[in-house]
Write a protein that binds this ligand. Structure first.
Ligand code: HAX
Length: 433
């Protein structure tokens, strides 16, 4: 058994036993309560699932196995310019341990070995109209790989429950390994006349994805390492992660559950916000007739957008109540690698202008930028202007977190997810009690 799988198995078996004992002894312990407002308000903050790989704090932001993004930048094995490799984050999320450089290199090699994409996937994608949204192509591409599911085959053969995690591990590793190829194929098909670029197995995961997209620029490779690391996981309650968890709990295989989650990521209040942000900025630049709008001009444009009944994309969050550390990490990257970009200056000016305006509305719980407020401007800087593709990049990264969490769920024997719904009559009865 390879070292990552071995390490995971040891940890998972121990935690499985421990949780069973805790459940047996304390299953009736009351740990929280639910309000009527949470039921009618999108289930905000209701604790209802286990998620080992990361945890979100409203003020401090995301912690991957307890580590902040700046800590990960220090501790995880990195590329030549110091940005962390997402392979290392995946290892950390699965085992709780920071891997060595050799362990990360081994994982890169394992993913290269698993990265062959069946021909039927490319044929399926080629049958779609070229202007099909890249996120739709992405989920169709994932679904076209589903017939290769090891979990599905072994389940049909009568696999015992104790082996579920093993089959989910194999499917997840194969899926993660193949995703950059499928995602790059969609990009080159949609925007580069179908001129595809073969993978380069001498490169790490991020650099190889950048290469297949069409860039061998060292700075862009670094951006991809950072991008694929910081977008990977945001605890379990966000819409894409929760969807993967819910669908996986029915014992749908990782292809089915991950594709379902990507359909959630494709919504404009979630992952599609990264496309919406840059679209909104481009529209603003066009409307104002300048690519260096002043803060006063930006404020007017923001107020007009709000007056039209629309949200300001890239701002607000269901959990966070401070600027998103993933926004800050991207800003730091821009400060280090990019000089004199009108677009990036505009993103920073928007950051100065938007929060007080949103606060002034008196209803927005978090006026600060989220991860999507910055990512598009960085991509445009390196020549990737086709913003309808941006959520696919997010999706490739998100696979690392949700699939690692899915392996944990099966290893811990998590049952079918089935929370309770209520009717408005039931709610009214509670009020009148
Ligand atoms: N612009 C304008 N109004 C906003 C707003 C924004 N950026 N953020 C919240 N509001 C409004 C809400 O629409 C809501 O208005 P109504 O009561 O009139 O319906 C009110 O403020 C209260 O909302 P909230 O409690 O602060 O926020 P929610 O938890 O309901 O929603 C959202 C969180 C992220 C969906 C929300 O802030 C939003 O729509 N933001 C813009 C879209 C966006 O950037 N999404 C990406 C989020 C991060 C992510 O998942 N990335 O993948």
């Amino acid at each position: 058994m390879e070292s990552l799988k071995q390490k995971f198995a040891e940890k998972a078996i121990a935690l499985y036993q421990e949780l069973r004992e805790i459940n047996k002894a304390h299953g009736d312990l009351k740990v929280d309560e639910v309000t009527l407002g949470q039921i009618t308000g999108g289930a905000r903050s209701i604790k209802m699932m286990l998620w080992e790989t990361s945890q979100l704090d409203a003020i401090k932001g995301i912690r991957f196995r307890g580590y902040s993004i700046p800590e990960l930048k220090e501790l995880l094995p990195s590329g030549p310019q110091g940005e962390p490799k997402p392979e290392g984050l995946f290892w950390l999320m699965l085992t709780g341990e920071i891997p060595t450089a050799a362990e990360v290199d081994g994982l890169t090699a394992d993913w290269h070995a698993r990265a062959g994409v069946p021909d039927q996937v490319f044929k399926t994608l080629d049958s779609l109209p070229e202007d099909t949204h890249p996120m739709t192509q992405f989920t169709i591409g994932i679904m076209a790989m589903q017939p290769t599911s090891i979990f599905e085959r072994r389940y049909a053969e009568g696999m015992p429950k104790s082996e579920y995690w093993d089959a989910v591990y194999e499917d997840s590793m194969n899926l993660i390994a193949r995703l950059p190829r499928v995602a790059a194929y969609i990009y080159r098909r949609a925007f580069k006349g179908g001129k595809h670029i073969a993978p380069d197995t001498t490169l790490d995961y991020s650099a190889n994805y950048a290469h297949m997209l069409g860039s061998d620029d060292e700075d862009f490779r670094s951006l991809m390492r950072l991008y694929l690391t910081i977008h990977a996981d945001h605890e379990g309650g966000n819409a894409s992660a929760h969807t993967v968890n819910l669908v996986g709990s029915t014992l749908s295989d990782p292809y089915l559950s991950f594709a379902a989650g990507m359909n959630a990521l494709a919504g404009p209040l979630h992952g599609l916000a990264n496309q919406e942000v840059i679209k909104w900025i481009f529209e603003m630049i066009e409307a104002l007739g300048t690519d260096r709008p002043t803060k006063e001009q930006i404020a007017d444009y923001v107020n007009n957008t709000l007056a039209e009944g629309k949200v300001i994309p890239g701002y607000g969050h269901a959990v966070l109540r401070e600027p998103d550390p993933r926004f800050t990490a991207q800003r730091k990257f821009a400060e280090q690698y990019i000089k004199d970009s009108n677009l990036i200056t505009t993103v920073w000016n928007i950051f100065d202008v938007v929060p007080p305006i949103l606060e002034g509305l008196g209803k927005v719980k978090n006026p600060w930028p989220n991860v999507d407020a910055h990512s598009g401007a960085l991509l445009v800087h390196y020549g990737f202007r086709e913003y309808s593709y941006y959520t696919v990049l997010f999706g490739v990264s998100r696979a690392l977190g949700v699939l690692a969490a899915g392996i944990w769920s099966r290893a811990l024997g998590m049952p079918l997810e089935r929370p309770k719904s209520v009717t408005s009559d039931w709610l009214k009865a509670q009020v009148n009690k």
